[in-house]
Ligand binder design. Sequence first.
Ligand code: B12
Ligand code: SF4
Length: 564
Amino acid sequence: MIARPVGAQVAPQREEMRGPIVRCPVPVKNRRRVLCVFPSYVPAFGTFQHAYRLMYGVKAFMPPQGLLLIAAYMPEGWPVRFVDENIKPATEADFAWADIVLVTGMHIQVEQIRDIQRRARAAGKVTVLGGPSVSASPEMYPDYDYLHVGEMGDATDAIVASLDASVAPPARQVVARTSERLPLTDFPIPAYDRIPFGRYLLGTMQFSSGCPYLCEFCDIPGLYGRQPRMKTPQQIVAELDYIFSQPNPPSTIYFVDDNFIGNRKAAKEMLPHLIEWQKRHSYPVMFACEATLNIAKQTDILELMREAAFVGMFVGIETPEADALDAMRKGHNNAVPMLDSIRTLNRYGIEITSGIILGLDTDTPDTERRLKDFIELSNIPMLTINLLQALPKTPLWDRLKQADRLSEDEARESNVVFLRPYDEVVAMWRRSIAYANDPENLFARFDYQVEATYVNRKVTPAKGKLTFSNLRGGLVLMWRTLLYICLLSDFRKPFWRMAKHALRRGQIDGLLGAAFMGYHLIHFTREALRGDQNASYYSAKKRTTAMAAVKPPAASKAKEPAAA
Ligand code: B12
Ligand code: SF4
């Protein structure tokens, strides 16, 4: 998409803002052209595909931090091209240009990851795969030439050294495992100059890596460690400066850390720097993050987050049932009564998005009713309700394997053999998403947020956001909301009810957020209920729509995977 040697065509002042450039320290002798390709997402509750039509130019959810970091880390003089296939597929010309093809991705993107390898191989290029999927399960990718297992570190340097020596595909697959991680304090500023921010719904940044907890189903502690490692506040400020020196910088930035308060002290020390930066620039951006629900006990941190303009948080609530939380080793969600925690977060202007898992061993015939009660009482507008899936290298996987409860049947929605009958569990999932995303229920919960959350947000100066791209984006979103929701949709009535309330209270940001989230959730749920989407976005079940976002170039059509 963007073909320029690292740093060469960046305006001088932008390059200065990037500060001292950290790169791979391996001394290289050759010039290698590097093509970074990010695979397309599988449509999910949390990727907002349907809502893009309401927005100006948006084609993808968030820029991929991991691959942007790797792009920035490449040795000086190695030109980098960056393609996010959610925006535009890598073309034959891209593959022909490259000496090396770097790919990343999650398990759910497995088909797309393999497809990129096939296209690169057809062009005769050497392929390298890193990221969370291969780090957890290298055996899933026998066809890649190099596998990078783990975070950036000694394995990355070893691969760079090999590629400098030769770009011929090695006779046997090379698996490089990071044993010494590069400290986050030594991370380069991700290659934000390679991406068209205007095509993304949100921007991304990373402050920390790792999570101290050990929830049974989660592979984060195994992949990223239990001792959270942090960037310095100065790095964060420098990244913000760099992002805001790019064309069309984002109006919301999502911190990709698994748990923003993995190290509370560090978060508390960093936040004043964010606030100071926001004040200095008249608050051009809002923030969102992921954190554990026990953040509700840290009201000093929440106050700082409010002041820094944090407006959204993804919280892995997983289940409202206390015994189920204990069983999955997520007892920390019970630290404060759940509904109190949610209200506390709302009081600081933070709207919660909640992950929910069905199909747990602790589920009973009462689980569905309890979930619906929880949805009604918590008034959380957006819930990503998924079926339990066992990820490789998790305690859950080990337990189920021992009990012979892992299924390889690709026709199923999950690889877990549930304790309750499979059809009942899937039917419960269907009824639950239908209930949660019924337009009346959904917009009633957004309506509740107007008083409970939106009015509690910091009132920030309009000046910081008055840019041409923000104005254009806002006007287009308003116009398309009017057209596609207020006039053409069958859910215009409940939407209008909420919209009038929000307008009366001057909560335009909240209103527009509800419009695009609601639009996606309602449409996505209808597709899921028709059977076009599956219940566990981790599962291997063949999806008809998964590959629709990427149309490979005509000549390589023959290489589309069977799932397409
Ligand atoms: C942000 C995020 C998202 C974003 C994606 C944004 C994006 N464009 O990347 C969104 C919200 C879309 C998302 C959705 C989902 N996500 Co998610 N997500 C994350 C999260 C929190 C942060 C990702 C990130 O930026 N990390 C920071 C970067 C720096 O880390 P990294 O990517 O691992 O990169 C490092 C190394 O891996 C390596 N590296 C990475 N790429 C490459 C490439 C090469 C060539 C090399 C050499 C090295 C290398 O270097 C980097 C620096 O150390 C992670 C958790 C996590 N800690 O990473 C989960 C995570 C990636 N998601 C996960 C899951 C399961 C999902 C969902 C399936 C959840 C769901 N049930 O709906 C959906 C699926 C989306 C879809 N339908 O396609 C899992 C993946 C499990 C796995 N092993 O594959 C993770 C690990 C969390 C978890 N355990 O639950 N997610
Ligand atoms: S708190 Fe979240 S990131 Fe940490 S182990 Fe549990 S599920 Fe994983």
